[in-house]
Structures are given as structure tokens and as C-alpha cells.
Write a protein that binds this ligand. Structure first.
Ligand code: DHB
Length: 540
């Protein structure tokens, strides 16, 4: 056995006598192949070894030369491995530390493909109170920044090779690379802490939920991931130690239903700009009670979480959020009822600040207590400070003639098809002829299509949904930190609440720190000291 193959055999669960695969040898890490950077964290210089663009698959995707996404246009060099690679940054305190935690940042913004970034650069300066990267380096963690295929990716052949579950498969492949090479890489692949926001929060959640599930093996084999033998069986693990997920855009198969239910149940939806009618919204929302019931979740007090109790549950979470905020610092106050306050909303186009009058929450700042919340006014506030998504929020393409919506519809379907509806209502209401999606093109209702034709579509929805894996025999991460801003309107609060309640009920999960983050919009890593303190505690 050559040294690199000996290395490749580390961390395996396979019995003795197992033959190491050629692709695993191709994925061997070269410990000497780094450049040394100097960055500044809190004014102190830190030397960092940078391993750039480590390709974590043996057969990376061939991408079209020109890609355009929500963050602009990118020119692709296919001699590099931009979509299935990661940058690894090792701070000097971890150069020889085999036990250092690995802070594994996924991207996947917009649920889109993410191309490898520069990440950490020589001369960069960080404040560890506001930068998760700076804080991770300061804490002596190995910082890994991961790219992945996902929707929007155009293949060299014009196809769409980023369809679900590509993002999840790639993230698993990256974990497998770290396990394969654990003995020669600084840090411990047994102490991976995954971090991501929004589309990345979703990717973190499925990665954390579905550890070692054999359902991904064929997808992993297809990309030449580490630890898949010649028979297609897994010989390496891809479970992770912890997840720190912000505003996960997940449970996509049910996100539309939950969204329309939440914003219509009290009549708070402003349907301006939507090409769907209030009747459409009501039809979509109608599926929510049965869905919520099917999850069989419970609130912390032991009572069942159902559509009937959901508004109370959200209200309690909002109260808990505001009280935690007030308690955290005497300087933290919630505006009085009737007081004007400013809200800054970020976004790709820059940030804007607008004034609002608090008409929904009444607190006693001195006692750190919430006195009352008006849920209808709260939901109206959420829906006005950043306009709600139009109906349907996540599966809008093909519905009422719409071919351009930016919703997740292009995450599903075969590589050869631009988009495919993945929810019952949108499938049955697709009226764009020739798009290959919906009752109109296939002649099959959703029920019949999914029963007769769509193992692939079913798999795609399932393999990116943590709710399907938490509480099963998949090796779900034992530690979770989940945050969702109290004014985030990119998905309903129901999604993260359900995720939390499912995690709380999973016996494999030891530590769940869930909270709505007070007055935070759709964003992440806004609470670096708190999140890092949580990580420090769980990795101890
Ligand atoms: C993101 C935001 C969305 O509204 C969405 O549907 C998917 C992803 C994001 O910010 O990553």
C-alpha cells in the first residue's frame, strides 16, 4: 500500500481486506500544497495556511463557460474545479492540531450553485465580534469554505446538472473528502461544524440530518465522491458533529402551503404583484393542517403542534425572542407601543432604511418582559417591512403563464428540463404548454404523476428535506444551533419551528439551541459571539 492509499484508508467503516478505490487515491490531500497568508483578527496578526480549490470529487461537473446567477455573471475555467471544491484555511494555532474543530461553511445562496470564492485573503482584517470567519480563525478552528452545484448551474452541454439533490450530494462529498484525508489534514473530521444561511441554512440542515444515509450512494458514486467502492457501496461516513443554520429555506415540498397558511389565516397577506388570486392562496393554504398534523410534533410543554396551535406557538417564540434580547444587555430595548423605529433592509441592491411605528408588541423593558403581542399586526408588520413573496412563494414557475419566476421550480426535474413543478397545487395549475411540467403537459394529475412516473421527482424533494431524515436511522448530527429572524419573510416561521421540534424529538440529537432572532431580517451570522460560544461549548 502506498502512503497515500494508507492515508485514504483512514476513518473507514469497511471490513479489513477492502480494496481502496482509485478515486480515493486521486482525492488524497497534499499537506505541503499551501500558501501562507497573514490576516489580522482583532488587531493581532494570525498566520494562516491556505489550501485553495481542493477538488472534493474525482469527476467534477463540466460547466458552460458563462454562468449567470443572482450574484452576477461568472466566467468558468473548466480546468479548475470551481463548483465542487473547497478552500481550507488553517490558523497557526491549528497547524499541528489534529483535534481542532472544522468550521465548514456552505454557501448555496438563493439555493443556487456556488462557485469557489477567494474566501480569506492575505492582509484581510477581521473583527471576531462580527465576522464568523475571523472568530473561527481566532478560536483555532480550521475554516473550510465549500462550493457546490445547485440550481441555475448550466452544464457545458447546456443541461442543468445542479438539480436536487446535487447540492446535498456535493456537501456530503466534501465531508467525505475531509474524512478520507483526516489523518493528514489539520483538524478533526469528527468535529465538523457546518454553517450556512438561507439556501445555505437549508444545505447545512440536510447535511446534518441525513448523515450516512445509503440513499445518496448512487449520486455520490456518479460524481466520484470519496468512499464509494466499485460496487457503489459506501465505505466512509458523512455524518457531521454540529450544524449552525440560519433561516433555512427548507422543507420545500411544503413551504408554499405553510407560507400561504401563515399569511392568510389572519388575512394579513398583501397580494400586490402576485399573479395568483386569493382563491389560489386559499387552496394552497388548505393543505396545511393535514401536513402539520402528519408531522406529529410537540411543543416544549408536551402539547401537540398543529395548525390550531401554530399561531400561539409562533407568538410564544416571538415573546421568547424579545425577552432573550432584552435580557442579553441592559442597552437592548424594544420600542414602546406607538414609538417610531428604523429598520434597515439589506439586499443585493444595497440597503435601505425605513421608519415604522410599533403597533404590535408591548413590552416592559425594565423587567425584560413582553406584555402582549398582536399576531395579526405582527404578521402585517413582517409582510410590509419586506414585501411577501408572491403566490406560490416557492413553486411559481409555469403557474398562470409564468415562465420567469425566480422560485425554486428550477431546482427540480431532469437535467434536460429547465424546470419542473414539485408541489401538487402548482403541478395541477401549470398552464405553460410545452414546459414538460404539470397536468397540462403530462396529462397526469400530481397524484397520478407521483404515483406512476416520478421516482426521480420524489427523490429530489426528499433528498433535500431534513424533515424526512430527522428521527429516522440516518445519523443526524447531535448538535444544532438554528436561528430565524423575527422579521424574515423568505419562508414562514413554521419551517424553522418544525425543524426545531423534530430535532428536539430525535433521541440522537443531544443539544438544540433554537430561537427566533429578535428583529433580524433574512440574514445569518449576525450573532457571532453567541454562536461561537455555543460552538465552543459543544466541541469542548
Ligand atoms: C434564499 C432566499 C430565498 O428567498 C429562497 O427562496 C432561497 C434562498 C437565500 O437567501 O439563500
Amino acid at each position: 500500500v502506498t502512503p497515500s492509499l494508507a492515508v485514504a484508508a483512514q476513518g473507514r467503516t469497511a471490513p479489513h481486506g477492502h480494496v481502496v478505490d482509485p478515486q480515493d487515491a486521486a482525492l488524497a490531500f497534499d499537506a505541503g500544497a499551501y500558501t501562507t497568508l497573514t490576516v489580522t483578527v482583532d488587531g493581532q496578526p494570525v498566520k494562516v495556511r491556505a489550501y485553495k480549490e481542493l477538488c472534493y470529487v474525482a469527476t467534477p461537473v463540466a460547466a458552460a463557460a458563462q454562468q449567470s446567477g443572482i450574484f452576477g455573471s461568472t466566467t468558468i475555467d473548466n480546468t479548475r474545479c470551481g463548483y465542487q471544491s473547497m478552500n481550507v484555511f488553517v490558523p497557526e494555532s491549528a497547524f499541528d492540531d489534529q483535534r481542532a474543530p472544522v468550521y465548514f461553511a456552505v454557501n448555496n445562496g438563493g439555493w443556487m450553485a456556488s462557485y469557489i470564492k477567494a474566501s480569506v485573503n492575505d492582509g484581510a482584517s477581521y473583527n471576531s465580534a462580527t465576522s464568523n470567519v475571523g472568530a473561527a480563525l481566532k478560536a483555532g478552528y480550521v475554516f473550510v469554505d465549500v462550493a457546490n452545484r445547485s440550481r441555475g448551474l448550466v452544464g457545458a452541454d447546456g443541461s442543468s446538472p445542479g438539480k436536487a439533490p446535487a447540492a446535498a450530494v456535493d456537501a456530503k462529498a466534501a465531508v467525505r473528502y475531509l474524512r478520507l484525508n483526516d489523518a493528514v489534514m489539520p483538524g478533526s473530521a469528527e468535529r465538523i461544524v457546518v454553517n450556512g444561511t438561507s439556501g445555505g441554512g437549508a444545505l447545512s440542515s440536510i447535511l446534518g440530518a441525513a448523515g450516512n444515509s445509503a440513499e445518496y450512494d448512487s449520486y455520490l458514486a456518479a460524481i466520484g465522491a470519496a468512499g464509494i467502492d466499485s460496487k457503489g457501496h459506501s465505505t466512509l461516513r458523512d455524518d457531521v458533529f454540529a450544524v449552525a443554520a440560519y433561516c433555512p429555506i427548507t422543507d420545500l415540498g411544503n413551504a408554499d402551503t405553510a407560507y400561504e397558511w401563515l399569511y392568510n389565516v389572519l388575512g394579513t397577506r398583501d397580494a400586490t404583484g402576485s399573479n395568483a388570486t386569493p382563491e389560489d392562496a386559499a387552496e394552497i393554504a388548505a393543505g396545511f393542517p393535514a401536513y402539520e398534523k402528519s408531522l406529529k410534533l410537540r411543543d416544549p410543554d408536551g402539547s401537540r403542534l398543529t395548525a390550531d396551535s401554530m399561531l400561539d406557538t409562533i407568538e410564544k417564540e416571538v415573546v421568547r425572542s424579545a425577552e432573550a434580547y432584552m435580557r442579553a444587555d441592559p442597552a437592548n430595548t424594544v420600542p414602546a407601543l406607538g414609538a417610531t423605529f428604523d429598520i434597515t433592509s439589506g439586499g443585493p441592491g444595497g440597503s435601505t432604511t425605513k421608519s415604522y411605528v410599533n403597533d404590535w408588541i408591548d413590552v416592559d423593558n425594565a423587567a425584560d418582559k413582553v406584555l402582549s403581542v398582536d399576531m395579526a399586526k405582527y404578521l402585517t408588520f413582517v409582510a410590509t417591512q419586506a414585501r411577501l413573496k408572491t403566490t406560490p412563494a416557492f413553486d411559481a414557475v409555469g403557474v398562470h403563464g409564468n415562465t420567469t419566476s425566480g422560485t425554486e421550480t428550477n431546482l427540480f426535474g431532469p437535467y434536460t428540463q429547465k424546470y419542473m413543478n414539485y408541489t401538487e397545487w402548482s403541478w395541477n395549475h401549470n398552464d405553460v404548454a410545452g414546459d414538460g411540467s404539470g397536468l397540462d403537459d403530462t396529462g397526469l394529475t400530481w397524484d397520478r404523476y407521483t404515483a406512476e412516473k416520478s421516482t426521480t421527482l420524489d427523490d429530489q424533494i426528499h433528498l433535500i428535506d431534513p424533515m424526512d431524515f430527522i428521527g429516522t436511522n440516518a445519523d443526524t448530527a447531535p448538535n444544532w444551533y438554528v436561528r430565524n429572524g423575527t422579521r424574515d419573510r423568505d419562508t414562514s416561521f413554521i419551517v424553522s419551528i418544525n425543524l426545531d421540534r423534530a430535532l428536539e424529538a430525535d433521541k440522537q440529537v443531544e443539544n438544540v439551541d433554537y430561537r427566533l432572532a429578535w428583529n433580524q431580517p433574512h440574514a445569518g451570522n449576525y450573532d457571532v459571539p453567541e454562536a461561537m460560544a455555543w460552538i465552543a461549548e459543544v466541541v469542548e
